[in-house]
Design a protein around this ligand. Structure first.
Ligand SMILES: [Zn+2]
Length: 761
């Protein structure tokens, strides 16, 4: 059956024809695949992909022939005479398709696919032949929605024919890269092109013998960063680059500050700055000094290595555009706005922060001929709960094209089932920024979920809209209950239940519904765990944690491709361990095994910000203080950031009164806290209990025996300091607090305690 082909892309010379060319007829091979006898990796891949997928669809294995390029025309004639279809790949089709390819941008990945005169021709630039074959296979209904067999759709056919056409496509962005495994999948969804290099650190030896080249911080030289104004540093860096170029490296070399802060405070370096301040790094912008330095490096290379380019991350305190020095056009930048809203799109009015991000892209786009995105499409610090951020992608990727962004090297967790189909949509948009996302979603739900397509498409749209419409934006797992409130979760559950009814669980559609539903069950158990903790029921919270572990193990153990990242870099294992597991497990240990729960702090606290840090001096910790303009904040709302203080850095005070039953008279009593961001000092009835260890968002406890008065109201006051900007965007109290009485002999012997801190703030 012949059909008109609707092609993506914009270099389309002819799109439809009544005629078609057969590859397989009634279970019999008709086509012969030909590549050059000395084929390159892209030609080899193109041939292999075609043969494997044709076999997957029909069970028929096509023959592969290797011929000399000069013999291509003759081979076509001969094969046609034998009533076979020649499939000419790569350089074998180059002459035939030369004029079609001449009118393109010529960017790597560009391809032409021609089906005419009883033959198939696929040629292109670099990865082009493989992408041309991917296009042909997609026209047959093949899809790669996520890595692995479960994510692949291969329709069964006894006959395969390809419609006559000339389809020519070039990528919207020359560089399209996800930072995650499964390069095979990335190649199939046409992710490729040059990779933006890693750009932390300056080129050169370790400088160990030259401490004067280090940054001056508080009067001391520190290896955290470098002293850019020292002329010796320029010499060392230029010499190193010349050496590396002579060894064959380059022409693009990644370079920049080391990850983290600690910028030089010497007069020479400060004089290179432009006087700008970075509001998210909360310190003077150092972009200008680095641009000045890179300009000088490039000047020094102009004679010997004029093609050298410097690639650097636009990040941290060097995220704002320079205000003083104009960058050399040989400077390439990759924006990595890690601490800014990673949930919403540029133009989403619910996200004021994104208008700032948009401005950054726009300004850098004007300054640099080659701008890249080194951003974040995952939910940072998230164990792997649903995160379908399509509204953001369809907003930002086309906008970045307009700002002149040339490529992507985006951090994405391989939590395939949780994010489905966001990564697939991202790949389509990076290839063609004008792609019709609604059509992609419809196609996805039809082909991937079959009989369950309607409820599953509704689920994807519901979860996507939930992120889009939530004002929470810091982008971490603490936001889960706010992204997906109970009403949304109820709708999601109804849709997933309906999908499970429609797709039999023993078939492929049911299996796909099942893994997506499992990521939602993971979310439900997580939110239930947080709720139970806040309510002080650590036994129930521990039961939810066990449920989480069971579901996660199933997803991580899914073969051959885990549906939740597994192994050393498992987001579930690592982020649960770092941020969520200790609170539940320690809380549980403190109320079981003969230990007794005395009282749990209520969800609501009195709260007061203290920008000038005078609270301790004026005695906000005094128990007799009952007045003052205290607000109300909730533990269950996870942090002060989610309660109107997204941009507050500094000290704030928490206060509440706990009733301690008289029966605890004479018992050892401990105050245990599930975590603060970043550091806390706690008083009970006017007596200092201690300063937290400073391990942000990790539980701690303090001996409160001497301070607590059983049978009376006890005033707990806590000052929390949060000075450091982190990418999680939390702040203040992030977990519940309780008083408990340990079983005799178990005092302060519970697990995972870190020594208390000494200084505050
Ligand atoms: Zn300096």
């Amino acid at each position: 059956m012949a059909r008109g082909i609707v092609v993506l892309g914009w270099f389309v010379f002819a799109t439809s024809s009544a005629a078609a060319v057969p590859l397989v007829e009634q279970g019999r091979p008709v086509a012969v695949v030909a590549i050059a006898s000395e084929a390159d990796e892209h030609e080899e891949l193109a041939a292999r992909e075609l043969i494997d997928h044709v076999e997957g669809m029909s069970g028929v294995k096509l023959e592969l022939t290797r011929i000399e390029i000069a013999a291509a025309a003759k081979f076509v004639q001969q094969t046609r005479r034998n009533q076979q279809t020649p499939v000419m790949i790569g350089r074998l089709a180059q002459t035939r398709l030369a004029s079609a390819l001449r009118n393109t941008s010529g960017v790597g990945g560009t391809f032409a696919l021609q089906v005419a005169d009883g033959a198939v021709f696929v040629a292109g630039v670099a990865e082009g032949p493989a992408y041309g074959v991917a296009e042909l296979l997609e026209q047959q209904g093949v899809r790669w929605f996520m890595p692995g067999p479960l994510g692949t759709v291969i329709p069964a056919k006894t006959s395969i024919e390809v419609a006559e056409q000339l389809t020519v496509q070039s990528p919207s962005f020359p560089s399209r890269r996800f930072q995650m495994p499964h390069p095979e999948w990335q190649s199939r969804v046409r992710c490729g092109g040059p990779t933006f290099p890693g750009a932390h650190g300056l080129k050169g030896p370790a400088f160990k013998t030259q401490p004067e080249l280090f940054a001056l911080i508080d009067g001391q030289r520190s290896p955290r960063q470098h002293c850019l104004s020292n002329p010796r540093l320029l010499e060392v860096v230029v010499a190193e680059i010349k050496k590396q170029r002579a060894q064959g490296r380059g022409p693009i070399l990644g370079m920049g500050p080391n990850d983290g802060g600690g910028f030089c405070e010497c007069d020479g370096c400060r004089q290179l700055d432009g006087g700008d301040f970075d509001p998210f790094s909360f310190e003077p912008s150092v972009t200008d000094r680095y641009i000045w330095f890179f300009n000088r490096v490039l000047d020094q290379l102009a004679d010997d290595w004029p093609d050298t380019k410097i690639a650097f991350y636009i990040y941290h305190a060097y995220m704002r555009p320079p205000v003083r020095w104009t960058p050399n056009p040989k400077i390439l930048g990759a924006l990595a706005p890690i601490s800014l809203d990673r949930v919403h799109g540029f133009s989403n009015p619910i996200a004021p922060e994104k208008s700032y991000v948009r401005w950054l892209y726009q300004e850098w786009g004007k300054l640099l001929p080659e701008l890249y995105d080194r951003g974040y499409w995952s939910n940072l610090a998230c164990p792997g709960f649903p995160f379908i951020n399509i509204a953001r992608l369809r907003d930002e990727i086309p906008a970045c094209h307009a700002f002149g962004v040339k490529g992507w090297r985006v951090e994405t967790f391989p939590n395939y089932a949780s994010m489905l189909p966001a990564n697939y949509v991202a790949a389509r948009l990076m290839w063609d920024h004008t792609a019709d996302v609604d059509a992609i979603l419809t196609d996805f739900s039809e082909r991937f979920f079959g009989p369950a397509q309607k409820p599953m498409l509704a689920y994807v749209r519901l979860m996507d809209a939930a992120l889009r419409d939530s004002p929470n934006c810091t982008g971490s797992a603490w936001d889960m209950p706010y992204f997906y409130p109970a009403t949304v979760r109820q709708q999601a559950r109804t849709l997933l239940d309906e999908a499970a009814r429609l797709a039999p669980s023993d078939g492929i559609y049911g299996e796909r519904v099942g893994v997506v539903a499992a990521t939602f069950e993971l979310l439900e158990a997580f939110i239930a765990m947080l709720d139970r903790r806040t309510a002080g029921d650590f036994v129930a919270a521990k039961a939810e944690l066990d449920k989480l572990d069971t579901i996660a193990e199933r997803l991580m153990g899914y073969a051959p491709v885990p549906m939740l990242s597994a192994g050393r870099f498992s987001t579930y294992v690592n982020y649960m361990k770092r941020f969520f597991r200790p609170c539940t497990e320690q809380g549980y240990a403190r109320v079981t095994g003969g230990n007794r729960l005395v009282v749990v702090a209520r969800d609501e606290w009195q709260f007061l910000i203290d920008p000038p840090r005078v609270g301790e001096s004026i005695g906000l910790w005094r128990p007799e203080v009952t007045g003052g303009q205290w607000q109300t904040l909730k533990t269950s709302s996870s942090s002060w950031s989610n309660q109107g203080l997204r941009y507050y850095k500094g000290v704030a005070w928490y206060r509440q009164t706990l009733d301690v039953p008289v029966e605890f008279q004479g018992r050892r009593l401990f105050l245990w806290c599930g975590g603060v961001d970043e550091k806390a000092k706690i008083w009970c009835n006017g007596r200092v209990l201690g300063v937290s260890p400073g391990a942000a968002i990790y539980p701690f406890e303090m001996d409160a025996t001497e301070a607590v008065k059983p049978g009376e109201p006890n005033v707990i006051v806590m000052a929390v300091m949060n000075d450091v900007v982190n990418e999680l965007g939390t702040g203040g109290l992030v977990a519940p607090m309780l008083l408990y009485a340990p079983a005799a002999g178990k005092e302060a012997k519970l697990e995972n305690l870190r020594p208390l801190g000494e200084t505050f703030p």
